[in-house]
Design a binder for this molecule. Structure first.
Ligand SMILES: [Zn+2]
Length: 303
């Protein structure tokens, strides 16, 4: 025991170190200009770095050692900047490969509309093998609109499944409705990929627990990732429901915060990643915390 520790004990003050944690779905930067107009130079990386660093320093102090940066290619994925921020903050930032189909395919580049699932998968596998600007993607990010899935969305999920089969990476797919999530997991399984390699991103958007239940029974993951003051009660209810029904081992939590926006002064309203630590943890059953903060993220996305 150091003298400082002893002083804390002697004074009756606890100096607990926060449990280490992983945030599975956050953003540094998102550029909504669209796949046909996105290009380098729409923002100053130094300015984004300066805006992001204190936010990442803050979660590092709360014990967060890894953050999965969920911004896909053609929406502002910036591997170089993420590497720089990782090195500067000690938070290991994971980037992704894949293409986001939601929002009427605004973020789907022209080539992806005509190529086959196999051709797209080859591109993504190549990114995983060779890296993107020196950084290896560690998960696959896609996104779909509602059910029934249209042809492009089905193709993107098939390409994600082929990529997962080849690389072992997990697929995280932006999906608002349970019916769409069920269709996706069906496609994944049809490509001989384990449902445990599929994460339903934004599962909290679905208000019907019957659909959560149908989905969770496939063996895939539910990510309740829009955590913040406004959503906290519903998030708590979702985790309670998962726990009461024996499904907590398939639940993930994150804020889906951040969002430096190019084109807006100072990046607009860049949200913190700290609500989980400052407010929400105290509301959770302490027995759930190791699973939600560490074990489930590692089981879902790997080490
Ligand atoms: Zn997101």
């Amino acid at each position: 025991m150091t003298r400082r520790d002893f002083a804390f004990v002697a004074s009756g003050l606890a100096a607990p170190s926060p449990p280490r944690s992983i945030l599975v779905h956050e953003h540094v930067l998102v550029d909504f200009i669209g796949a046909d107009q996105i290009k380098p130079g729409r923002y100053d990386p130094d300015e984004v770095f300066r805006a992001a660093k204190p936010k990442l320093d803050a979660i590092r102090k709360f014990g967060c050692v890894r953050l999965l940066e969920a911004t896909p290619n053609f929406l502002g994925r910036d591997a170089r900047l993420m590497k720089r921020l990782s090195d500067a903050t000690g938070v290991d930032i994971w980037i992704n490969t894949g293409i986001y189909g939601a929002a009427q395919h605004k973020f789907v580049p022209a080539f992806a509309r005509t190529e086959t699932a196999e051709q797209l998968a080859r591109r993504w596998i190549e990114e995983v093998r060779r890296g993107v600007d020196g950084v290896k993607p560690r998960f696959i990010k896609t996104g779909v609109s509602g059910a029934p899935l249209d042809e492009v969305d089905r193709k993107l999920i098939a390409a994600a499944a082929l990529t997962s089969r080849e690389t072992g990476l997990t697929i995280a797919s932006h999906t608002d409705a349970g019916a769409a999530a069920l269709e996706e997991v069906e496609i994944v399984v049809a490509h001989k990929v384990s449902p445990a390699k599929f994460v339903w991103v934004h599962a909290h958007s679905e208000k019907d627990h019957a659909l959560h239940e149908k989905f969770v029974r496939t063996g895939a993951w539910l990510e309740f990732d829009g955590l913040g003051p406004k959503s906290a009660d519903w998030h708590l209810e979702c985790f309670r429901w998962m726990s009461q029904n024996g499904f907590l081992s398939q639940a993930l939590i994150s804020h889906d915060a951040g969002w430096y926006r190019p084109g807006e002064p100072g990046g607009g309203n860049y949200r913190d990643y700290t609500y989980l630590y400052t407010d929400f943890l105290a509301r959770l059953d302490p027995a759930w915390i190791p699973a939600l903060l560490w074990d489930n993220p590692v089981r879902a996305y790997g080490k």
